[in-house]
Design a protein around this ligand. Structure first.
Ligand code: NAD
Length: 495
């Protein structure tokens, strides 16, 4: 049985001997252990990161880019292995895991352009014979704390750009599925990344607190649930750190009466139940506008019944288990609460059993109709394969649902009316908005981030927002005067 250690200075290592179990979500069986790092592990990591960063920041962006380029090739060469590691520990289907590694790979591709991305600005003659330029310099040691649901993609939203910018990076992956990030770090070393530039520390909140309080660490990138994101944001600010903390979500898909209903249903099924609903961009609310509601609910029900729920090893699986027994129980409790509060349970995924996998953490596709905005299942993030249909009289009511929800990660509208679509993209108070696409996840060269309770901080992740987040701006004003002494000036110069 494998023990997942830390990755420090180019080696798999750990001082702590304390571990917790890693379980296979399909069978419920223990498949490994992960080290819970100690203060000594943390201090060792920081010393390495600090030393490595000095030389790395002096490595030219072009040389950094070449290492990233080799890293990109190695990810491509090993993508099946990386995806299987994700599936084994997370439970998502192999194809979905592979897709998520690819989305991470795209950030590496973006970061390969770092010589171009770091180009500064230059103004000649900002005053007489005075030039001024701005450059972006690395922060130092940057840290990332990531969730269980995308063990490859979310870390890759962060470390390729931070490292490309000349920082060293400390990753604290989810303790539930830590192995993929270790493999990524090994590949980065193989690509030529100097030891110590990318270190990984495993553990839980106690190691997170050491990261937040460290004077050596300059920035925190966090992705996870909203209560923890808020805590990370406040705590990081207390210790003078730059912070971006992405939280939970409750994404609405609005179906207008003029929408292509079959396309909308496909969108709801894929984005609602894909990855067992454990995506921050999952569609958890379908807003049925006007008279289409009955037909929409019938079609979602029919399609949800066709889904194949199975372990990732079954190539026909559409969705696998959820991450843990604790999470399965929580989702099933939400379903019971929905029933108690008066929502109509159309498909019930509780007590879902698969022959041969009776101890797996499976929840079947679940569908509620007649959900209202005061219900718990509407207000809170369930993070499971549960879709709630809310009926709205008209477009204005649908938009107001979207805008008044506490979360603001993603939303999308299905319609054939360009004017409505434009009104929606302009007026929805949400970070990522789609039109006739189910999951409007921005590509690596744009930036990913929500609004309201879905993101605390000023910067989204990756794209130019990532480059800005992982660098400090410096502006230089320079004059090379002749040796004529002009005397001190007491008035602010105006030209
Ligand atoms: P989580 O908040 O439980 O854990 C995230 C990370 O924080 C993990 O590394 C964990 O070890 C650490 N952590 C947990 N509790 C902590 C505490 N009290 N103090 C300090 N650190 C702590 O999240 P999760 O269950 O791993 O992931 C699911 C959540 O992540 C969902 O809410 C989902 O919406 C969200 N998510 C958001 C995005 C986004 O882009 N907005 C993307 C993916 C996931």
């Amino acid at each position: 049985m494998r023990t997942v250690k830390n990755y420090i200075n180019g080696n798999s290592t750990a001082i702590s001997t304390q571990t917790i179990d890693i379980n296979d979500p399909s069978t419920g069986e223990k498949i490994g252990e992960v080290i819970m790092s100690s203060k000594e592990d943390f201090e060792n990591a920081v010393q390495n990161l600090k030393k490595a960063q000095i030389e790395w920041s002096q490595t030219t962006p072009l040389k950094r880019s070449r290492i990233l380029s080799r890293f990109k090739n190695l990810i491509e060469d090993n993508i099946d292995e990386l995806a299987s590691i994700v599936s084994k520990e997370h439970g998502k289907t192999f194809a979905d895991a592979k897709g998520s590694v690819t989305r991470g790979l795209e950030v590496v591709e973006f970061a390969c352009g770092i010589p171009h991305l770091l180009k500064g600005e230059f103004s000649q003659n900002v005053g007489t014979n005075i030039d001024s330029w701005s450059v972006r310099q690395p922060l130092g040691i940057c840290a990332g704390i990531t969730p269980f649901n995308f063990p490859a993609m979310v870390p890759m939203w962060m470390f390729p750009i931070a490292i490309a910018c000349g920082n060293s990076f400390l990753l604290k992956p989810s303790e539930k599925d830590p192995s993929c990030s270790i493999r990524l770090a090994e590949l980065f070393t193989e690509a030529g990344l100097p030891n110590g530039v990318f270190n990984i520390l495993n553990g839980d909140k106690s190691i997170v607190n050491l990261i937040l309080q460290s004077e050596e660490i300059s920035s925190i990138s966090f992705v996870g649930s909203t209560p923890v994101a808020k805590y990370i944001y406040e705590e990081s600010a207390k210790f003078g750190k730059r912070v971006q903390a992405l939280g939970g979500a409750k994404n609405h898909l609005v179906v207008m009466p003029d929408a292509n209903l079959n396309q909308a249903v496909d969108g709801i099924i894929g984005a609602g139940y894909g990855s067992a609903g454990e995506r921050c961009m999952a569609i958890s609310v379908a807003v049925a506008v006007g008279e289409i509601a009955d037909e929409l609910v019938n079609k979602i029900q029919l399609e949800s019944q066709k889904l194949k729920v199975a372990p990732w090893t079954n190539s026909e699986s559409d969705m696998g288990p959820v991450i843990s027994m604790e999470h399965k129980n929580k989702i099933e409790q939400y379903i019971s609460t929905g029933v108690e509060e008066g929502a109509k349970l159309v498909e019930d995924g509780r007590n879902y059993k698969i022959q041969g996998y009776e101890k797996g953490y499976f929840v079947g596709p679940t569908l509620f109709d007649n959900v209202t905005k005061d219900m718990t299942i509407y207000k809170e993030e369930i993070f499971g394969p549960v879709v709630s249909v809310v009926r709205a009289k008209n477009y204005d009511e649908a938009l107001s649902l979207v805008n008044n929800h506490a979360y603001g990660n993603g939303t999308t509208i299905y319609t054939s009316d360009g004017e409505i679509a434009r009104h929606f993209t302009t007026n929805s108070k949400i970070g990522m908005v789609g039109v006739n696409v189910p999951i409007p996840v921005p590509m690596a060269f744009h930036s990913f981030g929500g609004w309201k309770q879905s993101l605390f901080g000023d910067h989204s992740v990756h794209g130019m927002e990532g480059v800005r987040f992982y660098t400090k701006l410096k502006t230089v004003t320079s004059r090379w005067p002749k040796s004529i002494q002009s005397g001190p000036e007491f008035v602010l110069p105006t030209n």
